[in-house]
Write a protein that binds this ligand. Sequence first.
Ligand code: IMP
Ligand code: MG
Length: 181
Amino acid sequence: MAKYVKEILIRRDEIAAMCRRLGEKISADYADREVILIGVLKGAYVFMADLARCLTIPCRVDFMSVSSYGSGTRSSGVVRITKDLDMDITGKHIIIVEDIVDTGLTLNHLRQLLGTRKPASIAVCTAFDKPERRKVNVTVDYVGMQIPDEFIVGYGLDFDGKYRNLPDISILSDDSQGGAQ
Ligand code: IMP
Ligand code: MG
């Protein structure tokens, strides 16, 4: 284990099983519909690739990037689109694919924003969920795993832009969170 990792919270084989389970459920729910997966960059890029390959229905993929206005690491919930979708989602069934839902502020805003473009339906699929931290009530239709209130990295999730490439969901050692790495 790398020295900057204190503990592995979720192993890669557990994550793979989680993706298969979500893929089966979504494929069954959308059996007769065309769906567009919308990955929220950057965090969702790894999960999006795995989830898409676990679907047995035809789907399209698109990405958007948002940045949250706020002080420091706190999410304000007001999001600015830094990369918009390429596709027109009007009349389409969309699934927003997120890495993690924490306070729910970002997702809440994103749901409302995409709703104004009049898709046929909106669902949300997140790999990880920290329900204890929720500040707003936002519907999350598909949840991979609920996790305790810990700061996690790996599988797309970062600390200061780093560690997204770790294959397991990990908790950083205390000195790595100070920016030492
Ligand atoms: P929120 O739900 O608006 O508070 O923000 C969710 C976003 O915060 C996620 O998309 C992540 O980018 C980031 N985030 C929340 N918790 C974690 C974590 O434990 N590790 C890494 N990023 C996190
Ligand atoms: Mg994110």
